[in-house]
Design a protein around this ligand. Sequence first.
Ligand SMILES: Cc1cc2nc3c(=O)[nH]c(=O)nc-3n(C[C@H](O)[C@H](O)[C@H](O)COP(=O)(O)OP(=O)(O)OC[C@H]3O[C@@H](n4cnc5c(N)ncnc54)[C@H](O)[C@@H]3O)c2cc1C
Length: 230
Amino acid sequence: MAQGTGIICSEVNGRGAAAYEEEPQRRRVAIVGPGSTTRDALPLIGEEQLIKDFFKTRPQHLVSIKCKPYHYADKALILGDAAHAMVPYYGQGMNAGMEDVTLLTSILGQPLPLDEALAQFTEDRWKDAFAICDLAMYNYVEMRDLTKRWSFRCRKWLDTLLFRLFPGWIPLYNSVSFSSMPYSECIANRKWQDGLLKRIFGGSLLAVVLAGSACLVQRFLSPWTVMQSN
Ligand SMILES: Cc1cc2nc3c(=O)[nH]c(=O)nc-3n(C[C@H](O)[C@H](O)[C@H](O)COP(=O)(O)OP(=O)(O)OC[C@H]3O[C@@H](n4cnc5c(N)ncnc54)[C@H](O)[C@@H]3O)c2cc1C
């Protein structure tokens, strides 16, 4: 654990992290007990070492950084977390850093002066870097409480169904985690899907209301129509 990072979201008797400090047995169970997610690492690290390392470091604040530009003339360039640290809820921080390197390598492969190449990097990267910071924050909200809402679960179910029926329909999570779609396009794709579903459901609702109204009109106007014809 010396160089590792980890996140534990838990509540003990409603007192959060304080309970771990006060109740050594509880913290032992949480970290190395049967339900622990670190069990596969235990033989490698050792129980005592893991508990010791875990409590040696104080919890740190999570940060989210959006900045621009990433370069200074032809002198300096920041990549990875230095350029776009984000909250860890999408598990994309390292991937975003790797994407930086891929992009930079491809730009440096072009016959450009270095200052222009670095400026090009900033220009090509900032939208996606900002987007993944937003997505990571959004995923925190999703994990925090959206998953409990029926509307969220319905949407998830619908997304999965549409994905199976039409592989071109890529749900947001899949597009971010399992595709090479740029992060800003993942957001745009999701907005497009939201808009389409709204139009479909809005149209269906309107059709039902119109059909219902037509039935009612038919029903109430019928006697009058019959009287007129008589
Ligand atoms: C809890 C948590 C969970 C995460 N989970 C995931 C995940 O599941 N998937 C994923 O892709 N990403 C995840 N990340 C993000 C990922 O760890 C980071 O995005 C990634 O490590 C960033 O790499 P980096 O090289 O840009 O920065 P860092 O890994 O921070 O490297 C910067 C290095 O610079 C050194 N340094 C700092 N200042 C100086 C200085 N003045 N002089 C010399 N050296 C210096 C530091 O010691 C460090 O070694 C997670 C992050 C956290 C906090």
